[in-house]
Ligand binder design. Sequence first.
Ligand code: NAD
Length: 487
Amino acid sequence: MTTPVYENFINGHFLKNQTGDTFAVKNPATDEVIYHVEIADEFIQNAAIESAKQGFAAWSAMTPIERSRILLKAVAILRERNDELAKVEVLDTGKPWQEAECVDVETGADVIEYFAGLAPAQVGQQQMVGNDFYYTRKEPLGICAGIGAWNYPLQIACWKSGPALAAGNAVIFKPSEETPLGAIKLAEIFIEAGVPAGVFNVVQGAAEVGQWLTANPNIEKVSFTGEVGTGKKVMASAAGSLKDVTMELGGKSPLLVFDDADVSQAVSAAMLGNFYTQGEICTNCTRIYVHKNVYQQFIDELKTRTEQNIIAGDPMDPEVNLGALISKKHQELVLGYIDKGIQEGATLLTGGKALSPASAPNGYFVEPTVFVDCKDDMTIVKEEIFGPVMSVLVFDDEDDVILRANDTHLGLAAGVFTKDIQRAHRVIHQLQAGICWINSYGNSPAEMPVGGYKQSGIGRENGIETLDHYTQTKSIYVGMSNIESPF
Ligand code: NAD
């Protein structure tokens, strides 16, 4: 059976490349190639820039309310096609249908809707300076590049295009080469909604295409989601033409469970923050610090619920709540970390092996894995694993656990479980992380800015402030009297 071949999406339609080079995309749950995608060669790259220039001219000339209306149509189409789009995400990523069906499309649509609503509300300033005055305009940047990771492909494309388009920019988006289809679907939806051709273009490929985007002098900004190491390369390359950057990078986030916490709730948060999307979520609380007084209760319940309530298998089965990892290579990387944890002296509470469920025997599954007896300097406690692997640590002193939680170069997220309201805020204010939860974990509504401290990122996505990251301020001074000149 022949599989479809997707071309790059430029200037409102699919465009064939000249080299004929393609790459294959596999379904992580079956190990089968499901389609091919043409790589953006020089011809496509040049066409993408020309297209975005034209798109920008048309889109930035519209009023914010006109742009808003069109984007809201795209939101409606996204919601109408929820199930079709969710299926694309399941087949590309290996994540469970039961998640994609209610999270991936929905949270993407929410963010576009949020920024569409904000677009007409953006205002400048005006101030008298003597008899003269100045005013400011919030102008779009021009062409913005988005580079996405593979864990939430459509959501990432929406989170980057929502604020960029609402502010009047054009976008060239490069999805991850592991999961290229969601962004193409979004591009088609934007056209259907009435976004002018050229405003949202999709180029396909791996690092080389990303490097071309980050180095191209016609592009004013790069919004990147991916690993810390790649983020550093992107930023270094963007510096060559002094591009603005937003960096949404990796994490190794702590969750602190105090002895007055609702332990069952804390276990729920720990499981969500390690096993949802089979552990492939940047904000995951992969370091769980549990107070010694509730430690035994916590790990007993965690073990029981992990062993009884997790169902791995064909991700399209609505009962399945643990999907396949993105690739064979990534599965091996995660299993390598598990081996390292055992070698360095951590104890497996549960899990630890590859899985081959009957309904998806060739998928890249890893058992939900919990390590206890962990020490702060173990590799599994220090490095982002990006799989279903949780490390549990014990503490007995508040100040000490805060120091331990902060002892990392990463700072994406953090959480606290306690019923003591003062302690909750006191502790969370001291944790060095950009996204924090109290008695909750993982929720990320469109209204809330998200992004990392330290090497987990620069800038924010979502929330009002993000619109500022996609505009630049023009100050205009208006003289109201004759110029006094010595010449
Ligand atoms: P990755 O860094 O390998 O790749 C991300 C993207 O960058 C891909 O599209 C890739 O093709 C591209 N790329 C690779 N090399 C490049 C280069 N030199 N120049 C430009 N682009 C290049 O990351 P991944 O494996 O796709 O995603 C997993 C990582 O993403 C994890 O570290 C995770 O924590 C992080 N992540 C962060 C967030 C967040 O919001 N903070 C969200 C999702 C994922």
